[in-house]
Each structure stands twice: as C-alpha cells, then as structure tokens.
Write a protein that binds this ligand. Sequence first.
Ligand code: PNW
Length: 478
Amino acid sequence: MTSPARTFPDGFTWGSATASYQIEGAVHEGGRGPSIWDTYSHTPGRTLNGDTGDVADDHYHRWAEDIEHISRLGLRAYRFSIAWPRVQPGGSGDWNLEGLAFYTTLVDALLAEGVRPVATLYHWDLPQELEDAGGWTNRNTAYHFADYARRMAEAFGDRIWMWTTLNEPWCSAYLGYGSGVHAPGITDPEAALKAVHHLNLAHGLAARTIRDVVGAGTQVSVTLNLHVTRPDDPDSAADRAAVAKIDNLGNEAFLGPMLDGAYPPELLEQTSSITDWSFVQDGDLEIIRQPLTVLGVNYYSSSRVRHYDGSGERQQADGHGNSEASPWVGADDVEFLPQPGPHTAMGWNIDPEAFTELLTTVSARYPRLPLMVTENGAAFDDTVSPDGRIHDEERVDYLYRHLDAVGAAIEAGADVRGYFVWSLLDNFEWGYGYDRRFGIIRVDYETLERTWKDSAYWYRELVRTSQLPDQEVAATAE
Ligand code: PNW
C-alpha cells in the first residue's frame, strides 16, 4: 500500500519536544527544589519498577550534546519545559539564579544553532511546597504560577519564540487529583474539578502576564490533549450521550473557558453531584479567556465509549463483554472499550484518521486560531540490532501515517503551522518509567549514550525536504 506524496506549506515549523522532569535528572543539583513528581516517583508502588526521574537522560549535564542532535536533525524549533522548582525551589518566594542560568544557557545555545525555543512553563513538575498547601486545588497556586510566568518572561521574553503556559492540564487535573495515576496521586473527584478550574485560571493569568511583560507581539499558546471519542453504537442515543460526557470533561472543560469564555452548562450539570463549582469566582472567566497566538494540540490515540448501565451484561459491537465504569470524574455511567488494533507499546490504538478529524474540526470551530501539533509520536519495543542500529519501522510507520493525517487536515482547510515529534529522546514516561520508549533517539540507561533510531534519520529527511515521500506503509495490521 502506498500513499501519495505530500508537501507541507512554506514556513511549516518542524521540531521535537521534551519535558523537564522526563529528561533533566540532576534533581538535587543546582539548587533545584523537590517537585510532586520526585515525591510521587519515590513513593513505593507508584511507578513501574519504582523508576524515578533522579537521573533520567541526564540532560542537565548533557544539554550541549542534545542540542547538537537537534541541530544535526535540522530542526527549526525545539519544545522544552522549564522546571518550576529549578528556578523557584519553593514555588513562591526566592528565585534560584543557578536554575535561571541553566535555561538562559540552553536558550542561547538553541538560538546560536538557529533553533527556535518553544518554552512550556508547566509540564507537571509542581514545586512540592505548593502541593503541601493544596497544589492545584488551592486557588493561590494559580497566582504563584503567574508570578513565576512573570519572572520567566522578564528573564527570556526577548528570546523565546513561543510560550506555552500549560501542557495538558487534563492530565494534571484528572490523572493527578482524580484517578491518581499521576502526581500528586490524589483520588478525589471534587479536587480534580477544582484543579481543572485553577489550572485554567493559571493559564489566563500567565498568558496575560507574559503579554504585559514581553509585549503584545509575543506568541502565547497552551497545549491541550484533545480527545476524539467515538460511540460504540452510533445509533444509540445513550452511547452518543456517553461521548458527549467525555467531550465535556476532556475538551470543553478547557476549550470552553479558554476560547469561548464559559464552562458549558452540560459540564456543570453532569458534575453537579460532585461539586457546585462555587470555586469559579466572578471575573475568572474574563481572565481565563485570553487571546492566543496558536493552540497546541497533542494527539496520540482515539477512544471508543458506550453507556454503562452497571449490569455487565451488554455486549459490545465486537462481542467483547467485560463491563467496567470509566475512571473519569463525572462519567461513571460511561465505559471505555478496548479498541481494535494495531496498538503501540502503551496499548493505545493507532488511529490517524481521528487526528485529521480532530485538526479539521478544531480549526473549523476557531478559524482565526492557528494550530500547532506540539506532540505526536509512539512508544514501541525497540530492539538494538547486532549492527548497533535501531530499525524502528513501526515508529516510522506511525509517524508517516500521522504526518499524512496532518497533511490531509491542511488540505481540508485546517490551519496547522507546525509539528513537534514526541520525543527527541527516550525518557521517563511518567507512571511507566523507562519501560516505554518514545524517542527518535535511543538512550541507553546504563551509559546514557544517545543513538539515532531509523526514525531519526527518516525525520531528518522529512524536515530537510518538508515532503512526505511516496512510501510503503504497513497494511493495516491486526
Ligand atoms: C503526554 N493519557 O502525556 C505528555 O505531554 C508527555 O509528557 C508524555 O510523555 C506523552 O504524552 C506520552 O505519554 C500523556 O493517559 C499521558 O491519556 C497520559 C495520557 C495522555 C497524555
């Protein structure tokens, strides 16, 4: 099977992405304070094999080598995150100049290579001291975040090409405070919804602050992991209602306030037994809705749901019978269904069509808001061949299909300005530790040596030509 060649638009931004806690290591060095991920990963039973980010890719010491890889890949942009506890160890109060110096050096080195720095202010490593005061359930955290954003804008405002306030607040709120599979590991439905709102507020305060400090011309964005959810039975009203619930929690809870100025009434209604949302104060919605230069979209996979009646009896369309309520806050009458293959090593299904659908619908809904794919990629069980190479055809195939999907969305009118592959390097994959490898560059966790996988060579060629070649793609496997 071959797909037609695609040429990406002039000026399309090619990049790769990482996050501080996943790559930096050096958690006790340079005056860094503890984050919720240090605490969480050091709590027995929380991460696979008890893995922690203590060393990770040791990027804190190997940043120069990593920038060399970025440069050799020909990337025009690099998306990284600033570790809040590195620049402000307690999350409020004193600034740590050594931490600021680390990012100053990094940013200057990127610029010297002609690589545009895309800085995310929050990729989940909240200073532990703020968590001890309630973390994202405490409204004050949003104001502390704005102070931190101000200091970062003052320090690097002239050199950051694009700012991203938050990475995937969905994960921070629901996985951190609802299902507890991310730090801080809390399982409290109301806490999760409070966190949603305080993260939204933090975004609005920070976006406004960055514009105030750097000037109206600065590029400000937020990155969301938007969900494409399909009904098991499209003819069932109950299944369609299940999709709507997941849409409200997963997408509208952020798009609504950030871009439309309100939480949808359906969201408030479906969560009314959990909270009355009285933590939303007068004026918050005006603050949260800030003009954005682009919307960052992370996409990996899609979902299929149905109405869950608790009986455990209803068969799925494909005959699969096991029934379980979703772990989502405010959606206990929804069931997530196992998706048909193929899957990645995360168990996530591979669904590039859903990516096209997502980009085209979001772009049609916000026609004046350009989109940037801030993450897309896949974990596979890579093996090193006797010749020392990593022939990760599955990853190349995944990237090929998803870039083809981006191309299809652009052709259909979506305004997509760039693509950042997740990830530059294998790294600490949160609850899955080092067991899941997303990098286009392999990291040997004993020697910390970096080795380009075939996907890195493939990506370099794509970046050089801005063209997706005619290419054999694997027939849709099972
Ligand atoms: C994103 N989920 O995380 C993050 O932004 C990255 O840091 C991470 O490494 C990458 O995707 C791969 O996982 C997610 O459970 C984690 O739906 C979990 C989910 C989604 C995104």
